[in-house]
Write a protein that binds this ligand. Sequence first.
Ligand code: ADP
Ligand code: 5GP
Length: 215
Amino acid sequence: MPPLERAGELFIISAPSGVGKSTLIAELLPVCPRLRFSVSSTTRAPRPGEIDAKDYHFLSVEDFVQGINSGRFLEWARVHGHFYGTDRHIVEGWLDKGQDVLLDIDVQGTKLVRCAHPGARTIFVLPPSMEVLEKRLRGRATEGPEQLAIRIAAASREILEAPWYDYLVVNDNLAEAVEDLKAIVRACRLDRTVSAPALKSLFMSLIDPALTPRS
Ligand code: ADP
Ligand code: 5GP
Protein backbone atom coordinates (compact mmCIF):
# COMPACT_ATOMS: atom_id res chain seq x y z
CA MET A 1 0.00 0.00 0.00
CA PRO A 2 1.45 3.48 -0.83
CA PRO A 3 2.35 5.22 2.46
CA LEU A 4 -0.39 7.87 2.37
CA GLU A 5 -3.29 5.57 1.52
CA ARG A 6 -5.42 4.34 4.38
CA ALA A 7 -6.20 0.71 5.14
CA GLY A 8 -9.89 -0.17 5.14
CA GLU A 9 -12.01 -0.04 8.28
CA LEU A 10 -13.30 -3.29 9.71
CA PHE A 11 -16.85 -3.30 11.10
CA ILE A 12 -18.29 -6.22 13.05
CA ILE A 13 -21.99 -6.71 13.76
CA SER A 14 -23.14 -9.26 16.33
CA ALA A 15 -26.56 -10.01 17.80
CA PRO A 16 -28.51 -12.99 19.02
CA SER A 17 -30.21 -14.99 16.29
CA GLY A 18 -33.50 -13.40 15.25
CA VAL A 19 -32.74 -9.79 16.28
CA GLY A 20 -32.64 -8.80 12.61
CA LYS A 21 -28.92 -8.66 11.62
CA SER A 22 -29.41 -10.09 8.13
CA THR A 23 -32.38 -7.79 7.50
CA LEU A 24 -30.42 -4.74 8.68
CA ILE A 25 -27.34 -5.66 6.64
CA ALA A 26 -29.45 -6.15 3.51
CA GLU A 27 -30.81 -2.61 4.02
CA LEU A 28 -27.44 -1.10 4.93
CA LEU A 29 -25.28 -2.36 2.04
CA PRO A 30 -27.12 -0.51 -0.76
CA VAL A 31 -26.88 2.78 1.16
CA CYS A 32 -23.20 2.25 2.07
CA PRO A 33 -21.74 1.46 -1.36
CA ARG A 34 -18.11 1.51 -0.21
CA LEU A 35 -18.77 -1.21 2.38
CA ARG A 36 -17.92 -4.79 1.36
CA PHE A 37 -19.74 -7.64 3.09
CA SER A 38 -17.75 -10.74 3.94
CA VAL A 39 -19.76 -13.88 3.13
CA SER A 40 -19.00 -16.46 5.84
CA SER A 41 -18.64 -20.21 5.47
CA THR A 42 -20.89 -22.53 7.46
CA THR A 43 -21.70 -26.19 7.91
CA ARG A 44 -25.38 -25.51 8.64
CA ALA A 45 -27.88 -26.43 5.94
CA PRO A 46 -29.19 -23.62 3.70
CA ARG A 47 -32.62 -22.24 4.64
CA PRO A 48 -35.23 -22.00 1.90
CA GLY A 49 -34.27 -19.08 -0.31
CA GLU A 50 -30.64 -18.90 0.83
CA ILE A 51 -28.12 -18.89 -2.02
CA ASP A 52 -24.66 -20.45 -1.88
CA ALA A 53 -21.86 -17.83 -2.01
CA LYS A 54 -24.38 -15.01 -1.46
CA ASP A 55 -25.75 -15.78 2.01
CA TYR A 56 -23.02 -18.24 3.03
CA HIS A 57 -20.52 -20.59 1.49
CA PHE A 58 -22.24 -23.83 2.52
CA LEU A 59 -19.51 -26.37 3.28
CA SER A 60 -19.43 -29.97 4.45
CA VAL A 61 -17.88 -30.55 7.88
CA GLU A 62 -14.88 -32.20 6.13
CA ASP A 63 -14.27 -29.15 3.92
CA PHE A 64 -14.69 -26.81 6.87
CA VAL A 65 -12.16 -28.75 8.97
CA GLN A 66 -9.77 -28.73 6.03
CA GLY A 67 -10.26 -24.95 5.90
CA ILE A 68 -9.36 -24.71 9.61
CA ASN A 69 -6.23 -26.81 9.11
CA SER A 70 -5.06 -24.84 6.08
CA GLY A 71 -5.42 -21.49 7.89
CA ARG A 72 -8.26 -20.37 5.60
CA PHE A 73 -10.19 -18.67 8.41
CA LEU A 74 -9.41 -15.38 10.09
CA GLU A 75 -11.69 -16.70 12.83
CA TRP A 76 -14.06 -19.59 13.21
CA ALA A 77 -16.42 -20.78 15.91
CA ARG A 78 -18.99 -23.39 16.71
CA VAL A 79 -22.30 -21.55 17.00
CA HIS A 80 -25.62 -23.26 17.80
CA GLY A 81 -24.00 -26.63 16.99
CA HIS A 82 -22.60 -25.68 13.54
CA PHE A 83 -19.26 -24.32 12.32
CA TYR A 84 -19.03 -20.76 10.99
CA GLY A 85 -15.90 -18.99 9.74
CA THR A 86 -14.57 -15.86 8.03
CA ASP A 87 -12.28 -16.08 5.00
CA ARG A 88 -8.98 -14.46 5.96
CA HIS A 89 -7.76 -13.98 2.40
CA ILE A 90 -10.89 -12.11 1.22
CA VAL A 91 -11.19 -9.82 4.24
CA GLU A 92 -7.52 -8.92 4.52
CA GLY A 93 -7.27 -8.44 0.74
CA TRP A 94 -10.07 -5.86 0.85
CA LEU A 95 -8.65 -4.11 3.92
CA ASP A 96 -5.19 -3.87 2.29
CA LYS A 97 -6.82 -2.23 -0.73
CA GLY A 98 -8.41 0.38 1.55
CA GLN A 99 -11.92 -1.05 1.30
CA ASP A 100 -14.17 -1.05 4.35
CA VAL A 101 -15.43 -4.49 5.35
CA LEU A 102 -18.46 -5.64 7.32
CA LEU A 103 -18.55 -8.96 9.19
CA ASP A 104 -21.69 -10.56 10.65
CA ILE A 105 -20.17 -12.88 13.25
CA ASP A 106 -20.94 -14.09 16.75
CA VAL A 107 -19.42 -12.93 20.04
CA GLN A 108 -16.67 -15.59 20.08
CA GLY A 109 -15.55 -14.70 16.55
CA THR A 110 -15.55 -11.00 17.44
CA LYS A 111 -13.03 -11.60 20.25
CA LEU A 112 -10.74 -13.50 17.87
CA VAL A 113 -10.93 -10.86 15.13
CA ARG A 114 -10.19 -8.16 17.68
CA CYS A 115 -6.90 -9.89 18.55
CA ALA A 116 -5.79 -9.71 14.90
CA HIS A 117 -7.43 -6.32 14.18
CA PRO A 118 -7.57 -4.30 17.42
CA GLY A 119 -8.97 -1.30 15.54
CA ALA A 120 -12.09 -3.17 14.39
CA ARG A 121 -15.31 -1.27 15.23
CA THR A 122 -17.77 -3.54 16.96
CA ILE A 123 -21.54 -3.08 16.92
CA PHE A 124 -24.00 -5.13 18.97
CA VAL A 125 -27.63 -5.11 17.87
CA LEU A 126 -30.16 -5.49 20.68
CA PRO A 127 -33.81 -6.50 20.48
CA PRO A 128 -36.34 -4.09 22.03
CA SER A 129 -37.19 -6.90 24.50
CA MET A 130 -36.66 -10.64 24.92
CA GLU A 131 -40.34 -11.19 24.06
CA VAL A 132 -39.94 -9.41 20.73
CA LEU A 133 -36.77 -11.39 19.99
CA GLU A 134 -38.51 -14.70 20.58
CA LYS A 135 -41.50 -13.58 18.50
CA ARG A 136 -39.22 -12.62 15.56
CA LEU A 137 -37.30 -15.88 15.77
CA ARG A 138 -40.50 -17.96 15.87
CA GLY A 139 -42.13 -15.75 13.20
CA ARG A 140 -39.22 -16.34 10.80
CA ALA A 141 -40.18 -20.03 10.97
CA THR A 142 -36.81 -21.25 9.69
CA GLU A 143 -35.76 -23.31 12.71
CA GLY A 144 -37.20 -26.51 14.12
CA PRO A 145 -38.08 -26.72 17.84
CA GLU A 146 -34.60 -27.95 18.85
CA GLN A 147 -32.70 -25.14 17.07
CA LEU A 148 -35.25 -22.64 18.32
CA ALA A 149 -34.62 -23.67 21.94
CA ILE A 150 -30.82 -23.58 21.41
CA ARG A 151 -30.99 -20.09 19.90
CA ILE A 152 -33.31 -18.68 22.57
CA ALA A 153 -31.08 -20.07 25.34
CA ALA A 154 -27.97 -18.64 23.64
CA ALA A 155 -29.56 -15.18 23.30
CA SER A 156 -29.31 -14.26 26.98
CA ARG A 157 -25.65 -15.41 27.14
CA GLU A 158 -24.84 -13.37 24.03
CA ILE A 159 -26.60 -10.22 25.29
CA LEU A 160 -24.39 -10.33 28.41
CA GLU A 161 -21.44 -9.65 26.04
CA ALA A 162 -23.03 -6.48 24.63
CA PRO A 163 -21.25 -4.05 27.02
CA TRP A 164 -17.89 -5.03 25.48
CA TYR A 165 -18.90 -3.71 22.07
CA ASP A 166 -18.12 -0.16 20.85
CA TYR A 167 -21.68 0.62 19.71
CA LEU A 168 -25.14 -0.58 20.71
CA VAL A 169 -28.06 -0.32 18.31
CA VAL A 170 -31.62 -1.30 19.22
CA ASN A 171 -33.50 -2.85 16.30
CA ASP A 172 -37.02 -1.74 17.14
CA ASN A 173 -37.98 0.41 14.17
CA LEU A 174 -36.06 -1.04 11.19
CA ALA A 175 -35.53 2.25 9.34
CA GLU A 176 -34.18 3.94 12.48
CA ALA A 177 -31.81 1.07 13.19
CA VAL A 178 -30.48 1.25 9.61
CA GLU A 179 -29.94 5.01 10.06
CA ASP A 180 -28.03 4.29 13.29
CA LEU A 181 -25.76 1.81 11.51
CA LYS A 182 -25.20 4.26 8.66
CA ALA A 183 -24.29 6.97 11.18
CA ILE A 184 -21.77 4.68 12.88
CA VAL A 185 -20.06 3.84 9.58
CA ARG A 186 -19.99 7.50 8.59
CA ALA A 187 -18.65 8.70 11.94
CA CYS A 188 -15.94 6.03 11.96
CA ARG A 189 -14.79 7.13 8.52
CA LEU A 190 -14.44 10.69 9.85
CA ASP A 191 -12.45 9.61 12.91
CA ARG A 192 -9.14 11.48 13.16
CA THR A 193 -7.17 8.24 13.26
CA VAL A 194 -8.84 7.09 10.03
CA SER A 195 -8.70 10.36 8.10
CA ALA A 196 -5.14 11.16 9.26
CA PRO A 197 -3.58 10.28 5.86
CA ALA A 198 -5.54 13.11 4.20
CA LEU A 199 -4.36 15.49 6.91
CA LYS A 200 -0.78 14.29 6.59
CA SER A 201 -0.82 14.91 2.85
CA LEU A 202 -2.11 18.47 3.41
CA PHE A 203 0.49 19.15 6.11
CA MET A 204 3.28 17.96 3.85
CA SER A 205 2.14 20.29 1.09
CA LEU A 206 2.18 23.20 3.58
CA ILE A 207 5.67 22.35 4.82
CA ASP A 208 7.19 21.73 1.39
CA PRO A 209 5.04 21.56 -1.77
CA ALA A 210 7.78 19.44 -3.39
CA LEU A 211 6.94 16.67 -0.92
CA THR A 212 3.27 16.50 -2.01
CA PRO A 213 2.66 13.03 -3.44
CA ARG A 214 1.44 13.07 -7.03
CA SER A 215 -1.63 10.95 -7.70
P1 ADP B 1 -30.92 -12.49 12.26
O1 ADP B 1 -30.16 -12.33 10.96
O2 ADP B 1 -30.44 -11.57 13.32
O3 ADP B 1 -31.02 -13.91 12.73
P2 ADP B 1 -33.27 -11.79 10.63
O4 ADP B 1 -32.72 -10.65 9.86
O5 ADP B 1 -33.44 -13.09 9.91
O6 ADP B 1 -32.43 -12.02 11.99
O7 ADP B 1 -34.66 -11.31 11.24
C1 ADP B 1 -35.48 -12.19 12.02
C2 ADP B 1 -36.95 -11.88 11.71
O8 ADP B 1 -37.29 -10.60 12.25
C3 ADP B 1 -37.26 -11.82 10.21
O9 ADP B 1 -38.52 -12.42 9.98
C4 ADP B 1 -37.30 -10.32 9.91
O10 ADP B 1 -38.14 -10.01 8.83
C5 ADP B 1 -37.80 -9.74 11.23
N1 ADP B 1 -37.34 -8.37 11.53
C6 ADP B 1 -36.08 -7.89 11.43
N2 ADP B 1 -36.00 -6.61 11.86
C7 ADP B 1 -37.25 -6.27 12.24
C8 ADP B 1 -37.85 -5.06 12.78
N3 ADP B 1 -37.12 -3.96 13.03
N4 ADP B 1 -39.16 -5.07 13.06
C9 ADP B 1 -39.91 -6.19 12.85
N5 ADP B 1 -39.42 -7.36 12.34
C10 ADP B 1 -38.11 -7.40 12.05
P1 5GP C 1 -27.47 -18.08 11.28
O1 5GP C 1 -27.34 -19.58 11.32
O2 5GP C 1 -28.72 -17.60 11.96
O3 5GP C 1 -27.26 -17.50 9.90
O4 5GP C 1 -26.25 -17.50 12.15
C1 5GP C 1 -26.06 -17.94 13.46
C2 5GP C 1 -24.98 -17.14 14.14
O5 5GP C 1 -23.71 -17.38 13.50
C3 5GP C 1 -25.16 -15.62 14.12
O6 5GP C 1 -24.88 -15.15 15.44
C4 5GP C 1 -24.11 -15.13 13.18
O7 5GP C 1 -23.64 -13.83 13.50
C5 5GP C 1 -23.03 -16.15 13.41
N1 5GP C 1 -22.07 -16.20 12.30
C6 5GP C 1 -22.32 -16.08 10.97
N2 5GP C 1 -21.18 -16.16 10.28
C7 5GP C 1 -20.18 -16.30 11.18
C8 5GP C 1 -18.75 -16.41 11.07
O8 5GP C 1 -18.15 -16.38 10.00
N3 5GP C 1 -18.07 -16.56 12.24
C9 5GP C 1 -18.67 -16.59 13.45
N4 5GP C 1 -17.89 -16.71 14.53
N5 5GP C 1 -19.99 -16.48 13.59
C10 5GP C 1 -20.74 -16.33 12.47
